[in-house]
Design a protein around this ligand. Structure first.
Ligand SMILES: O=CC(=O)O
Length: 363
């Protein structure tokens, strides 16, 4: 038995009750893997109770030592204050904007999170959205499924992932082949310029995936990264002015809320494309919708929105916008890994051992 009064393995439920963990709203790991999680812990399901949240929390105030949370479930000052025995919040997300970290710091509540568990999956979606928006894959799908192709419609052209400058194009006539040959080596003028906002683990994975496409990567983040050789911009507006695609990979906090504003979008320009796999509120969404509608930017690929699951209706009808339901983080495989990480963190906490993926709160 550990010093919290729990035995995590082979427990007799009467002698050694399972540790109680509060769930405010069920994260996908809980929805898909409740049975596995429930073998070890007793979950108090706030969303399932007829009691109003505050009353539910007050009822269980002294038995809740841990909360299981997720990216779109706020853990507020009020919730933390109503739980005097709370010692841990484990969130299945990499983002932490939904948790009042200041209150956690003040109260000495530890936080565990997903760290870089999902970074590769998120980067895959970022690149997928980019290629889709440039080459109009989803728009093409609609065109075919709506029967427009069969009706002799005209589907508009997309543009290259690898940008070629017209001035460098060279064609020559090869009489033996009776062909007009495009001289590729002499005409590669340099890749499409992609600006990454936030060069953390997701941003680095995005860069790694786009380099083989011949893209020129630029980035902007809080600090210049000594490990990255990409050109650095301290100002996001300058970055936008110097690239054709802007990919948002940073976290949401007071400094990054609406950092992609009208000025940045106009700097990105009429041929510019914006991809967001960070958080919706990093972009001023209303302004982005206006820019898309008025052709101030060329298109967007969006996995996150300001008021999820609500997506501005204007975006739904636009063919230059690709939408995804905030699923960049999850694949079947990472969801399984996420369950193990949640269990590992909760077991560590209830056994007074170091957390597997702690958030460093003392900054
Ligand atoms: O968006 C999801 C996450 O932060 O993990």
């Amino acid at each position: 038995m550990d010093c919290n009064g729990y035995r995590l393995e082979n427990h007799d439920q009467n002698l050694f009750p399972k540790p109680k963990v509060l769930v405010l709203e069920p994260p996908p790991v809980f929805i898909y893997h409740e049975e596995k999680l429930s073998q070890k812990f007793h979950f108090l399901k706030a969303w399932d109770s007829p009691l109003p949240l505050d009353q539910f929390l007050t009822t269980h105030a002294h038995s809740v030592q841990a909360i299981l949370s997720h990216g779109s479930c706020p853990v507020t000052t009020n919730t933390i204050r109503l739980l005097p025995s709370l010692g841990l919040i484990v969130t299945t997300s990499a983002g932490l904007d939904q948790i009042d970290l200041q209150e956690c710091r003040r109260r000495g509540v530890s936080v565990a999170y997903a760290g870089s568990l999902f970074s590769a999956d998120v980067a895959d979606i970022a690149v997928g959205l980019l290629i889709d928006a440039l080459r109009k894959i989803s728009a093409g799908n609609r065109y075919v499924t709506q029967g427009l192709w069969a009706n002799n419609g005209d589907f508009s052209l997309g543009s290259k992932v690898r940008d070629w400058s017209l001035s460098c194009r060279k064609f020559y006539w090869a009489p033996e082949k009776k062909l007009l040959i495009l001289n590729e080596t002499s005409q590669l003028a340099g890749g499409r310029k992609v600006g990454i906002v936030g060069l953390g683990s997701i941003g680095l994975e995005v860069g790694k995936r786009l380099e083989p496409f011949g893209c020129n990567i630029l980035y902007c983040s809080r600090n210049k990264k000594s490990s990255a050789s990409y050109p650095y911009y301290s100002n996001v507006c300058e970055l936008a002015a110097n690239c054709e695609v802007l990919i948002i990979c940073c976290e949401l906090n007071d400094q990054t809320r609406h950092v992609i504003n009208k000025e940045v979008l106009l700097a990105l320009g009429k041929k510019g494309l914006i991809i967001n796999v960070g958080r919706g509120a990093i972009i001023d969404e209303q302004e982005m919708v206006r820019c898309l509608m008025q052709g101030e930017i060329a298109g967007a690929g969006l996995d996150v929105f300001e008021n999820e699951p609500h997506v501005p209706s204007e975006l739904i009808s636009l063919d230059n916008v690709v939408l995804s339901p905030h699923r960049a983080v999850h694949t079947e495989e990472t969801l399984m890994a996420s369950v193990d990480l949640v269990i590992g963190n909760l077991e560590a906490f209830f056994s007074n051992k170091p957390l597997l993926s702690p958030v460093l709160l003392d900054e």
